[in-house]
Design a protein around this ligand. Structure first.
Ligand code: 13P
Ligand code: SF4
Length: 303
């Protein structure tokens, strides 16, 4: 089907179904263009919980749709491609977390939302890239923090807090494709550009950046910044998001290779099919969901 026809079909089916389309900032341009709401992980979860629509088409990766499903058990949360996972989330399993908790009795478990529902169920409080430092600082002084799965987000927070942190060793393969020497080269070509990077990057990359921010933070930063040109050190889909929101500024990806293959699994065809079939629905076993919800809600109440 030609693209325009698909877009019309999606709009018609969405109205028929009373559905809403949410999309993460890394989604391909054509998906961003049909979304009712674009955002970072935190924003989308919050929005999903307050939306009046009972059917949510979640264009992102599995943990994001799962988080929305946990927060909104009364809604149908559909992920157009159920294989759109997050390799970092898969680097931490609940059984291992339980073992580490036993080694550190009394430690507080802070888990990045890029994690499975089972891991969240073993967590005291979740965080996103937007609030990780604030969440860790909310842990009483003197208590150890077990932090996972992202070792780089963890190390970035550890460098700014007085809490003792035990770091899981997960990482995002996409963000590891961004290199400091490439940023140095881009700075030479674009004199005066501001370098913004995501806290999932390697510490060597964070060290050459002007600011370290989650995707929502990047949008807010550009809004207030007098700079005209920005080098963007995160998944390259963010460049389209920024460019569309700020057409009078220039955004350059720090690496064209930093593409998350899972984020790119969502397509207009799959969205249309999901609206037609109302599948695949993301569900979480109620016992797991109830415990995971407590950890997510604590985060929302803290920040
Ligand atoms: P944000 O919460 O900053 O949007 O990041 C989500 C993510 O998956 C980063 O790789
Ligand atoms: Fe996971 Fe990295 Fe993709 Fe984000 S960019 S969803 S952390 S693999």
């Amino acid at each position: 089907m030609p693209r325009q026809e698909l877009v019309h079909t999606i709009a018609r089916l969405k109205a028929d179904r009373g559905a809403i389309i949410l999309a993460h900032n890394y989604q391909p341009p054509e998906i961003q263009d049909v979304a009712d709401r674009l955002g970072d992980s935190l924003d989308l979860s919050r929005f999903a919980a307050t939306a009046t629509e009972k059917t949510i088409i979640f264009c992102g990766v599995h943990f994001m749709a799962e988080t929305a499903a946990i927060l909104s058990p009364d809604k149908k949360v559909i992920l157009p491609d159920p294989k759109a996972g997050c390799p970092m989330a898969d680097m931490m399993c609940a059984e291992d977390l339980v073992s580490v908790k036993k080694l550190h009795p009394g430690a507080v478990v802070v888990t990045y939302v890029n994690s499975t529902a089972e891991v969240k169920a073993e967590t005291d409080i979740c965080c996103t890239s937007a609030n990780a430092l604030a969440v860790v600082n909310s842990v009483p002084e003197g208590k150890k923090v077990i932090f996972g799965p992202d070792r780089y987000l963890g190390a970035w927070v550890a460098g700014q807090t007085t809490r003792e942190m035990i770091l899981w060793q997960g990482y995002c393969p996409t963000h590891q494709k961004i290199y400091p020497d490439e940023i140095d080269e881009l700075r030479k070509v674009h004199a005066g550009a501001v370098v913004m990077v995501h806290p999932e990057v390697n510490p060597g990359v964070a060290a050459v950046a002007d600011v370290v921010l989650g995707t929502g933070g990047m949008l807010a930063y550009v809004e207030k910044s007098p700079a005209r040109t920005f080098i963007v050190g995160t998944e390259a889909g963010m460049v389209y998001r920024l460019q569309k929101r700020f057409p009078d500024r220039t955004f350059i990806p720090a690496s064209e290779r930093a593409l998350c293959p899972n984020m790119k699994k969502i397509s207009l065809e799959k969205i249309a099919k999901s609206l037609e079939t109302l599948a695949p629905v993301i569900t979480v076993e109620p016992r797991v969901a109830d415990r995971a919800r407590t950890a997510i809600r604590r985060m929302i109440e803290t920040t």
